[in-house]
Design a protein around this ligand. Structure first.
Ligand code: NAP
Length: 302
C-alpha cells in the first residue's frame, strides 16, 4: 500500500497555505518542504519546514525540487493559478504520487460555474492533472472544494461583515451555502494523504457548516449587534450579466471577480451548497450552531 511521507507545499505562508502547513506539522505524519519563489525570505516559514527556492518558469528547477516528494499540495494564489502548469508536469515527472492543485473554493465540476471566465485557469490545471494521471498511473490528483472559507476575515467579512454591520444580501439572503474553516481544510489535506485510494483522481467536497446570509445576520443580532445595519440587496442574475459584460470589455478587476463569485456561490439555484460531502471520509467533524456563533462573535470583536 502506498503511504505518503514527504509532502511539498507551494504557498506555505499564504492565507490557506499556512494553516495547511500547521495541520500537516501537527499531525506528525509528514516531513514538509515549502517551495517558494524567494528562498531568502525565510521568515514566515514555521520551524520544522524545509525551504527550497524554485523557478516556476523552469521545469528542471521544479523537477529537481520535487525529487523524493510523495505529494505536492499547492496553495498558489488565485492570481497565479496558471503558474502551476509547470508544477503539475514536474510533479508527474519527479514521481510525485498525489497532487492537490490550488482550488479550495466552488465546485468547478458544476457546469454552470465551469462556464465562467474566472475559473478557466483552475479548470485548465485540473484537466492537465487528469491527462497526466491517464498517461502515468503512478501520478494522481485530488481537488478540494470547500465553497467559502469560514473565518473572521472571510465569510464574516466578504459575505456578511458582522464587525461593521454591513451586508449586500444576494437573492433574498436565504440561499444555503457551505463554509469551511482553515483547520477543516487542513484536515481535508491530511485526510486525502491518508486515504489515497478513496480520493484518487476526483474532487472532494467538504464543509464545516452550512448557513445563509440571513442566519449570520440573525446570529450577530442575537450577540448584540441589534442596531445600525447597512443592508443593501442584489440580484445575482444581474451581477452575472454585468460581470460578463465588463469582463468582455477587459475589466478583470476584483469587483468583477467578486460578482462572478457571488453568483457562483450564493446565487439561488447555483453552486455554493454541496448536498453530498466527504467530511466523514476525511475526518472533518464540522461545527454546531454554538460553534458557528462563537466564530461570528470573534469576527464582531476583532
Ligand atoms: N473559498 C474561498 O473563500 C477562498 C478565499 C481565498 C482564496 N481561495 C483560494 O485559495 C487558494 C490560495 O489562495 P490564498 O489567498 O491562500 O493565496 P495567497 O495567500 O494570496 O498566496 C499564496 C502564495 O502563492 C504564491 N504566489 C503568489 N503569486 C505568485 C506568482 N506570481 N508566482 C509564484 N507564486 C506566487 C506565494 O508563495 P511564495 O511567496 O512562497 O512564492 C504566496 O504566498 C486559491 O486557489 C484561491 O482561489 C479561496
Amino acid at each position: 500500500m502506498t503511504t505518503i511521507k514527504n509532502v511539498a507545499i507551494v504557498g506555505a505562508t499564504g492565507l490557506i497555505g499556512r494553516p495547511i502547513v500547521d495541520g500537516l506539522l501537527a499531525s506528525k505524519l509528514f516531513s514538509v518542504t515549502a517551495l517558494t519563489r524567494d528562498g531568502t525570505r525565510q521568515r514566515g516559514f514555521p520551524t520544522g519546514v524545509a525551504v527550497k527556492q524554485v523557478d516556476y518558469d523552469s521545469l528542471e528547477s521544479l523537477e529537481a525540487a520535487l525529487q523524493g516528494q510523495d505529494a505536492l499540495v499547492s496553495a498558489m494564489s488565485f492570481e497565479a493559478i496558471h503558474v502551476q502548469r509547470n508544477l503539475v508536469d514536474a510533479a508527474a515527472k519527479a514521481g510525485v504520487k498525489r497532487m492537490i492543485p490550488s482550488e479550495y473554493g466552488n465546485d468547478l465540476l458544476n457546469p454552470k460555474l465551469a462556464a465562467f471566465p474566472i475559473y478557466q485557469p483552475k479548470i485548465a490545471i485540473r484537466e492537465r492533472c487528469e491527462q497526466l494521471a491517464r498517461e502515468n498511473p503512478s501520478f494522481s490528483w485530488t481537488t478540494i472544494h470547500n465553497a467559502s472559507f469560514l473565518g473572521p476575515d472571510w465569510t464574516l467579512d466578504f459575505i456578511v461583515d458582522v464587525k461593521n454591520r454591513k451586508a449586500d444580501i444576494k437573492d433574498g439572503g436565504d440561499v444555503l451555502f457551505c463554509a469551511t474553516t482553515y483547520q477543516d481544510i487542513a484536515q481535508a489535506v491530511i485526510g486525502i494523504l491518508t486515504h489515497l485510494e478513496e480520493t484518487a483522481n476526483r474532487p472532494v467536497r467538504i464543509s464545516s457548516v452550512n448557513t445563509t446570509q440571513n442566519e449570520l445576520i440573525a446570529m450577530a443580532k442575537e450577540l448584540g449587534a441589534t442596531e445600525g445595519w447597512d443592508i443593501t440587496h442584489s440580484d445575482t442574475a444581474h451581477l452575472e450579466s454585468e460581470a460578463l459584460r465588463r469582463w468582455a470589455e477587459g475589466d478583470h478587476s476584483e469587483a468583477v471577480i467578486a460578482m462572478f463569485i457571488n453568483r457562483a456561490f450564493i446565487g439561488k439555484g447555483w453552486g455554493g451548497y454541496f448536498p453530498v460531502r466527504d467530511n466523514d471520509l476525511l475526518g472533518i467533524q464540522g461545527l454546531d450552531r454554538d460553534e458557528l456563533k462563537a466564530i461570528v462573535k470573534s469576527a464582531m470583536d476583532r
